[in-house]
Design a protein around this ligand. Sequence first.
Ligand code: UN1
Length: 507
Amino acid sequence: MSTPTPSTVEGLRDHAHAALRAVGATVPDGSGLIARSPIVGESLFGLRADTPGDVGRAVAEAADTFAEWRARPAPARGELVRVLGELLREHRSDLADLITIEVGKIRSEALGEVQEMIDVCEFAVGLSRQLHGRTIASERPGHRLAETWHPLGVVGVISAFNFPAAVWSWNTAIALVCGDTVVWKPSELTPLTSIAAAHLLDRAIERVGAPAAVHRLVLADRLGGERLVDDPRVALVSATGSTRMGQQVGPRVAARFGKSLLELGGNNATVVTPSADLDLALQGIVFAAAGTAGQRCTSLRRLIVHHTVADELVDRLVAVYGRLPIGDPFVEDTLVGPLVDERAGEAMAAALERAQADGGKVVAGGGRREYGGGVYAEPAIVRMPAQTDVVREETFAPILYVLTYDAFEEAVALHNDVPQGLSSSIFTRDQQEAERFLAADGSDCGIANVNIGTSGAEIGGAFGGEKATGGGRESGSDSWKAYMRRATNTINYSGNLTLAQNVSFLT
Ligand code: UN1
């Protein structure tokens, strides 16, 4: 529900309670955790936090339930996810309200996030009848070689604040149809959205008669997260967050031979070539760079533009940036909401300072708007003389660094010369350039687009990236394979024991 007047702490508190009531969830009163809203920059209420011991208990319950859940046929597991999708449709608006309250996303983007959840549920339901392996030609007569896929175990999901519900659903919908049980540790910044989403799943569990502990939500701090990461009963840790977080999680999970699926930082770039349709580029760039206040892992952070079109494109971008409605995301026309917290505002200011010290020129935004107690940043455009260290780092805020190039090879080299490798795009009408960007020696990212921005991927494709982005793939395509274990089967129906590679033994 959009409100014409700016939000107040009391208003947001009532709004959050109403949304939670509508989904049927209650807030666990207590202390240890605070539900807050970046819209006003204030806390709304205190919540009981789970201790590392509680996390251990949740893992134990999920582990105990695994055998029972695994035994259910996959299409029957799909039924649970189908009902979750139905409940998400019914409560689309309530969940979107909570996302706006806790993350500050504008209405359309919050609704889009819930749509993404519905989409992945539908994808997972279809998948529940398609978890198939392959049959492989055997080198031996009268033998069959096959692959079978089996449920993995407990999946620990660690999610970030910026997609507090969708990223959980990518993991959970797929893991559940794959026969896994799930323990979810959301960001401490988004407990209410998590409570509502988990409650909808609990309702679906009850409706289809699934075992209650196929899913457990834990509202825990960092120590609780570490408990999940280190627990040998957690077969797969799927973690979304910063590269620094992933650098800790990956080795810890690997040390106990667990599997991890990491979706970490991005430093996404768009190349604009001389043949580009600049109207199209403009729209794609503004949504990707300023949308979600630059707080998507797919947000556009670097613009690599041919020197012949750079001035025109930047001038047009500056004009659009000057008109961007910044403010309360519940106000209808707002396009740019708040940054998540004061720390994000400080990181943005610090990055802008460093960029200027490197010779960068801020040509749009960069300031702060006064609006309640929230941190409202004006999305910034900075023309850089070179790709310096600050440009090569991911600052989770709306800063768009502009670099220019002469030769296409230079654009690709600049593009790939960052530690991260999540999303990328090119605007061009030249087919050769488009294909070269997508080729093996083009973009080195997990996502490479043509004539569209870097953000806003559909769920049907595999989502994730290379290098410091962590290498994991979630959501569509064959990402489900990360949530299952593969067995290779050799079946001998020949009546003779033949050894592979023509080895003879005892013959
Ligand atoms: C994220 O920011 O962690 O492609 C996920 C996108 C969204 C998902 C972003 N579908 O921008």
